[in-house]
Design a protein around this ligand. Sequence first.
Ligand code: ATP
Length: 473
Amino acid sequence: MKVEMKDIVELSKARWFVYAWSEIYGWLANSWDYGPYGSLLKENIKNLWIKEFVQKKDDMMLLDSSILLNPKVWVASWHVWWFSDPLIDDKNTNERFRADKLLEDLIEKLWNNALNHLQSTYWVNNLVPESWPLEKQTEVMRGEKVKNPNSGKEGNWTEAKKFNLMFKTFQWVTEDSTATVYMRPETAQWIFVDFPNVLRTSRRKIPFGVAQVGKAFRNEITPGNFIFRTREFEQMEIEYFCEPGKDLETHATWKADCKNFLVNTLSLKEENLRLRDHEADELSHYSNATTDIEYKFPFGWWELRWVADRTDFDLKAHMSESKQDMSYFDPVNNKKYVPYVIEPSVGLNRLFLTVIADAYTVEWEWEETRTYLKLDPKVAPIKVWVLPVVKKIGEDAKKVYKQLAEEFMCEYDEVWTIGKRYARFDEIGTPFCVTIDSSNFELGNVTVRFRDSMEQEIVAISELNEFLRKKMK
Ligand code: ATP
């Protein structure tokens, strides 16, 4: 059964994963809050990422930087000039779109014939509109009579122009250019800016890496697809510093590590993932190699994360702007160089959506459909639900709950019939329910029910924690 985006959105809202922001004031479009289960799920993904890439690696450190940085950072990194998307307006409806995204849709429609047709008619040499000059994007939009996706009619397209995605704000009491600061559009830059500090205080030798998780802000032209693209989001980024010349092999290692995390730690289905290496003419001006890891969302294959070899571009840019030496002295080989850097980067919210989409399962059960989230126990927001069969044994059930809550994120529930409760917890992705009834309880036992198979097993209360701990592995 094909899962639609609306199914995922509905379940997320109904089961307290994600809410529309400030609903009582009429909502701010494309802003979302994470409810009780959403917050826990997001936290679990984040902690697993930290465990995998910081705790389990002896060459990685975790840092946390501020959101407002000195504006010179964004001048040095070229964000003030280059951090933009191609904006195009439909003069008929006064709506704004990202030209590159409309052109990607066009390419999908042209399918096998796309490269042939676009090459012979417009002299473009790849199918990555983002890399075409703005004039070319305009020419193809107009020449191909691209439709406005909302009105369904041919758009009356303006020239495509650059639209800077950084949110500006002001510090101090005046609102002039000297007080302008930017909300960070990515978490990575601080890691470069503080590279000399990290080097000095950690006394690390290259290669080593720095990881950071935090909020980023982009004034996206077309946010959408639920939490896939929003203006406020969280990123999990790594800058891994290595010796020039060793960058391509380091890039290959990180590519494999990232895929391994998605498949083996988060248990995403491998057939829903693909790695796409950027073509030479698609690479950013600073990059030696870039790989997008794409996921098959209900709305198509889209970038989930990327792994980029950013060479020494960022450190050199900050050296030039700050006039500080950021080079590294290699004591073993007695040489000095500016390190190259590999950047594996992923949006936490986008990964959250991926985890839910991947776990969303619909099965036929007794001539009815059963919907549940087949979440890996490691990511599931609630690991165990404790439920007395009838309210009057609630006190006994609460004792079991307390015993489990010492170790696992649990919830206790005594409302509704057992069947209805199971259905609800399955939709939240809870892998285990512990049911308490008086006859078993008197013998020192409870029943553990498994979400995926719906099978049940009697377990001694004294061994319950150990039993669940093993099952969670
Ligand atoms: P896109 O092409 O989807 O806008 P991007 O290539 O600009 O993304 P990067 O700058 O590479 O994105 O950011 C690294 C990661 O941060 C992305 O792979 C994605 O997971 C996440 N990300 C970027 N922009 C957003 C956003 N507006 N909302 C949610 N996540 C985002």
